[in-house]
Design a protein around this ligand. Structure first.
Ligand code: SF4
Length: 243
């Protein structure tokens, strides 16, 4: 089972992968300003209880955290200590957040983090080679118990080999969604997969994106089919537990 927890909403664009950010796209439909981060009504969701006294999010669930912002956003510095505290309290849940600001993690960690909380997975997003070279050395150098690399939206060919060590638990790849989506070349996806196979690191092709170039042909894929089409490609490697 999986739950979503968005303790704050809104973000500032950090790099090329943010250009067509879905948070901005969705907020624009309601004339909302996505660049103003704010705490949400769901801020304390992990510790909320039902009338019978049980936590609303049951033990054992995977909790996708902060998917309408960046967990390490500067504007959220004042709110994050409380978020860490809830994650610590709910050590029976498995939190996962992705960030384009991995260089901020070390300075924003809680005092008892040590080598990392056992129940927190951090995903470092890299959309192109420049961001891989900038972010991944820092990612590997920061104490984290569970690390995944998220290549999304994949915007170009990637050579991840220097960073595919046993400290990386998974690499996932996805193309870009939305009307302005940039092309994702299937050869780039296969190349990352090959690097993962050689390093024996699990690889997950989680979505195709809206514009997929495959064998010289450009496919336009509607949002509702992007995950299914990726699954159909059948190229995942050592992935066993995907909802
Ligand atoms: S970091 Fe994520 S949420 Fe923030 S602007 Fe970029 S893509 Fe959007």
């Amino acid at each position: 089972m999986a739950a979503a927890w968005n303790p704050w909403h809104g973000c500032r664009k950090a790099s090329e992968g943010c250009r067509n950010c879905y948070v901005y796209r969705q907020d624009a439909q309601h004339a909302l300003d996505s660049s103003e981060a704010r705490k949400t009504a769901a801020f304390n969701l992990p510790v909320r209880r039902s009338r019978d006294g049980r936590f609303k999010i049951a033990a054992g669930e995977r909790v996708y955290t902060c998917f309408t912002s960046d967990f390490l956003l500067e504007e959220a510095d004042a709110w994050r200590p409380e978020a860490w505290a809830m994650m610590r309290l709910r050590h029976d849940l498995r939190f996962m957040f992705f960030t384009k600001r991995i260089e901020r993690l070390r300075e924003t960690l809680p005092p008892d983090w040590g080598e990392g909380y056992e129940n927190v997975t951090v995903g470092c997003t890299v959309e192109n080679q420049e961001m891989a070279e900038r972010r991944l050395p820092c990612f590997l150098d920061t104490p984290i118990r569970h690390r995944v690399i998220v290549c999304a939206p994949l915007l170009g060919p990637l050579d991840l080999k220097p960073w595919l060590t046993p400290a990386i638990e998974e690499v996932s790849v996805g193309g870009e969604s939305g009307p302005e989506a940039r092309i994702c070349d299937y050869d780039w996806v296969l190349a990352v997969r090959q690097q993962c196979v050689e390093a024996e690191i699990p690889f997950w092709y989680h979505q195709t994106g809206a514009r997929l170039l495959k064998e010289g042909r450009l496919y336009r894929i509607r949002r509702e089919y992007q995950h299914a089409q990726a699954r159909k490609a059948g190229i995942d490697y050592k992935i066993t537990d995907r909802e």
